[in-house]
Design a protein around this ligand. Structure first.
Ligand code: R5P
Length: 286
């Protein structure tokens, strides 16, 4: 078996190769003068099983993935496992309004053209797996996130909304503390209160866990409220740190003590590695 790392996910690919004790494929990825991408597989992978690791965000990395898949097919790979650390476009997983594209399905269909199986890390919604026409699985980065949070000695793990509660519950069990979710209550036309549904945050060290941080708005709102309620320390953790626009400033100015993300999207907050969970998943499902 061989491992190929796309530009967006080179580090995860290298970590995975080390964990699985398998070689990396030598690849040239460059741009033509007009900025179009060029991809070439340099090793002989005829009749070999290959794993490609590539996040499909931002857009240019989607094109690179398509070209890598095509090149591997041309080079005679016998099976292609596509590991997508962050599945970009995954949140447009249905038509919210008439006339829209179901973007997650459109991308999944194209990836399926040259894939034997696909593995997504913490997809926003599990049902996007059904958009692939090849076997598709989700693998969670939560065990590694929980490991990191455990070292911080937190008293309470919170989900920023009810939808993320399962994640908070999982992490809290690994950490060995309580969990809850933030609930919004409309007080009047102008005022919405947001606070933990059952538990109190005062004097507690709190970690809020979600799948994605994009604009940072969801987390910043929660932190402000928790600070008002007397939380001693607040940190935020997510699998996919998109940190769009001024997300980081928003989080820091809300009083966030630590920002934690995995390496599915590379940033200075990529403190948690996903390769251990991916390797475990691959070994278990071989
Ligand atoms: C929403 O359902 C997701 O789980 C995240 O809560 C959301 O994407 C976060 O977005 P933002 O950082 O822009 O508030």
């Amino acid at each position: 078996m061989y491992i190929v790392g796309g530009t967006a996910s080179k580090t995860i690919a290298k970590d995975l190769a080390k964990k699985l004790k398998q070689p990396m494929v030598d690849v040239t990825i460059k741009r033509f003068p007009d900025n179009e991408l060029y991809v070439r597989i340099l090793d002989d992978i005829d009749n070999e099983d290959v794993i490609i690791v590539q996040t499909t965000y931002p857009d240019t990395n989607i094109i690179e993935l398509f070209l890598l898949q095509d090149a591997l097919c041309e080079a005679g790979a016998s099976a292609i496992t596509v590991v997508i650390p962050y599945f970009g476009y995954g949140r447009q997983d249905k038509k919210f309004e008439e006339g829209e594209s179901i973007s997650a399905r459109a991308i999944a269909e194209h990836i399926s053209l040259h894939a034997s199986e696909v593995i997504l890390i913490d997809p926003h919604k599990e049902h996007v797996l059904d958009f692939f026409s090849v076997p598709a699985f989700s693998c969670s980065a939560l065990p590694q996130i929980a490991k990191y949070i455990k070292k911080k000695d937190v008293d309470l793990v919170l989900a920023p909304d009810k939808g993320a509660m399962k994640r908070a519950e999982y992490v809290s069990k690994m950490v060995g503390c309580e969990y809850d979710y933030m609930e919004k209550t409309r007080i009047d036309g102008q005022t919405v209160q947001i606070k933990p549904k059952k538990l109190k945050a005062d004097k507690k060290r709190v970690a809020i866990v979600d799948d994605i941080i994009s604009t940072g708005g969801t987390m910043a709102k929660s932190i402000k409220e928790l600070k008002k309620q007397g939380a001693a320390e607040t940190s935020v953790a997510c699998t996919h740190g998109l940190f769009a626009g001024s997300a980081i400033e928003k989080l820091l100015s809300s009083g966030c003590d630590e920002i934690i993300a995995t390496d599915t999207i590379t940033s200075e907050y990529s403190k948690v590695k996903t390769a251990p969970d991916i390797a475990k998943f691959l070994l278990k499902n071989q």
